[in-house]
Design a protein around this ligand. Structure first.
Ligand SMILES: *[C@@H]1O[C@H](CO)[C@@H](O)[C@H](O)[C@H]1NC(C)=O
Ligand SMILES: *[C@@H]1O[C@H](CO)[C@@H](O)[C@H](O)[C@H]1NC(C)=O
Ligand SMILES: *[C@@H]1O[C@H](CO)[C@@H](O)[C@H](O)[C@H]1NC(C)=O
Ligand SMILES: *[C@@H]1O[C@H](CO)[C@@H](O)[C@H](O)[C@H]1NC(C)=O
Ligand SMILES: *[C@@H]1O[C@H](CO)[C@@H](O)[C@H](O)[C@H]1NC(C)=O
Ligand SMILES: *[C@@H]1O[C@H](CO)[C@@H](O)[C@H](O)[C@H]1NC(C)=O
Ligand SMILES: [Cu+2]
Length: 316
């Protein structure tokens, strides 16, 4: 009896302390066809809410995230919350046929979980077949209110999602590999926030640009959403201070290149402290297995200083 009372008291104390600063953050995802023009041709992809990447979700540590997923696509879908601990909410984790049956076309499912003791950047992606190539987005976890980052507050925060693009329906790519017993086709491009960049055909106008102001500091939340490849990421003439990896703070360290494995995230601070101008950013893969072909192309974006007039681009 006293033990039960003790448990109840503990439970209500916990509830009171977590309610003090926690919120319920509720969103809906509409998964459906999206027609995009990339690399000289049109392609129908599966995407959330008509954009690639899909919507960025923002919560604070301690919040409960509720996402209603409506499957308006022709394919079975689940959404995985990559890196979330899912304490006592394993059924919200998302792997198809592991923690749930898929959300079949025309139906919906609600994910509900608490984000506890994780701060930084994670992301979400489809966990059925190869659909995560196009069904993905950022999940940003800020400190709970009254708490701050263990580094100087940046002027702005920018998700940088590195992705992979196929000039094909990714379901067909997978099915073709299954049917022939061979390796699936490699991707045709890498992307920064859904854009391949000016090194690819017909893609000059599909180049991600980040406008910055002289003297300001930016928190880039870099996410490797590629399927198979480790990617190097670099910005010409700019140093990066790594402050967090996979939603865990790190000892800050300064570097001019970061490498992220598929699924991993790296948060870096950059300061716009270079002469006003335009600077390339780029991501390219690292693969060391001998004789195994891989997509060895490079995606580029551009960091543009406000007031920059010269079209001159500084290369890496
Ligand atoms: C997705 O789109 C729906 C319908 O337009 C909208 O109500 C919802 O707020 C969007 N979700 C996000 C996370 O932006
Ligand atoms: C969505 O795209 C798929 C594959 O291209 C196609 O088979 C299907 O008819 C499309 N569905 C809708 C509702 O447009
Ligand atoms: C979609 O999910 C349903 C229900 O689990 C299953 O019966 C069906 O085989 C799945 N379809 C595909 C193409 O995997
Ligand atoms: C895979 O690549 C081969 C060779 O380029 C091409 O013929 C085939 O159509 C591709 N498969 C898919 C599903 O795009
Ligand atoms: C982008 O440029 C390509 C040619 O490089 C062109 O075919 C395409 O229509 C352009 N797209 C837009 C949206 O301007
Ligand atoms: C990429 O791979 C192709 C085919 O294996 C090869 O011809 C080309 O030289 C490689 N390019 C780079 C930049 O490594
Ligand atoms: Cu994942």
């Amino acid at each position: 009896m006293s033990r039960l009372l003790f448990l109840l008291l503990c439970a209500s104390a916990l509830l009171a302390s977590s309610m003090a600063s926690a919120a319920i953050v509720e969103h809906s995802f509409h998964v459906k066809n999206l027609t995009l023009r990339r690399l000289c041709s049109e392609q129908v992809i599966t995407a959330v809410n008509g954009s690639l990447p899909g919507p960025t979700l923002r919560v604070r540590e301690g919040d409960t995230l509720v996402v209603h997923v409506f499957n308006e696509s022709p394919y079975n879908i689940t959404i995985h919350w990559h890196g979330i601990f899912q304490k006592l909410s394993g059924w919200a984790d998302g792997p198809n046929m592991v923690t749930q049956c898929p959300i079949i076309p025309g139906s919906s499912y609600t994910y509900r979980f608490k984000v506890i003791k994780q701060e930084g950047t994670l992301w979400w992606h489809a966990h059925v077949s190869t659909l995560r190539a196009t069904v993905y987005g950022a999940l940003i976890i800020r400190p709970r209110s009254g708490h701050s980052y263990p580094f100087p507050k940046p002027d702005k925060e920018v998700p940088i999602l590195l992705g992979e693009w196929w000039n094909a329906n990714v379901i067909d790519v997978e099915n073709q590999a299954l049917a022939t017993g061979g390796a699936p086709n490699n991707s045709n491009a890498y992307t920064i926030n859904g854009r391949p960049g000016d090194l690819y055909p017909c893609s000059q106008n599909q180049t991600y640009t980040l406008k910055v102001e002289n003297g300001k500091t930016y928190l880039l939340r870099i996410i490797n959403a590629a399927l198979n490849n480790q990617l190097f990421f670099k910005i010409a003439n700019h140093k990066m201070t790594v402050v967090s990896i996979d939603a865990s703070y790190t000892q800050p360290y300064i570097t001019d290149v970061v490498v992220t494995g598929p699924g991993m995230t790296t948060d870096v601070l950059i300061t716009a402290d270079q002469p006003v101008g335009s600077y390339y950013m780029a991501a390219s893969p690292y693969a060391s297995a001998p004789g195994v072909p891989f997509d060895n192309t490079t995606t580029r974006g551009i960091l543009i200083y406000e007031g920059s007039t010269a079209p001159l681009l500084l290369c890496l």
